[in-house]
Design a protein around this ligand. Structure first.
Ligand SMILES: [Zn+2]
Length: 137
């Protein structure tokens, strides 16, 4: 049965995982990566998850702030853009429409490939969260 390595995003055969890698869901190849590279990938995977949530929560904002000064340029940019999204429109509902009103932010999202991945939820869906409150100041 293939296993999923969440660092490289591949489904790989059982033999591709060592004991510890099995537990961490990280394949042998990825385990050999330098720590900085593992951290970079892990951060990017986590941030993709945050983007997919129905709302960017305060604890996410704290996490993103810790990543913003990252020396990995793409991690820093993802964190900065997500923090801006959290400030402007943390809820997922109507996000696409709202964020298009912020052309600079929108352009940065497009560059990072964030835009293709999500679609507006139907606008008449009852909102779980008030949409206009920034989750931090
Ligand atoms: Zn892997």
């Amino acid at each position: 049965m293939p296993h999923y390595c969440w660092l490289c995003g591949r489904s790989r055969a059982n033999e591709r995982f060592s004991g510890r890698g099995h537990r961490d869901h990280v394949c042998r190849e990825c385990q050999k990566l330098p720590a900085a590279e593992k951290n970079r990938r892990r951060a990017l995977v986590h941030m993709e998850g945050i983007l997919g949530q129905s709302r960017i929560a305060e604890k996410n904002v704290r996490y993103l702030r810790s990543l913003a000064p990252s020396r990995a340029a793409d991690v820093a940019e993802w964190a900065a853009v997500l923090l801006e999204i959290a400030r402007v429109h943390p809820g997922r509902r109507n996000r696409l429409r709202r964020l298009k009103r912020h052309p600079e932010l929108w352009a940065r999202m497009r560059r990072l490939g964030m835009v293709e991945d999500f679609h507006d939820e139907p606008a008449d869906e009852p909102g779980e969260w008030p949409d206009d409150d920034a989750c931090y100041e």
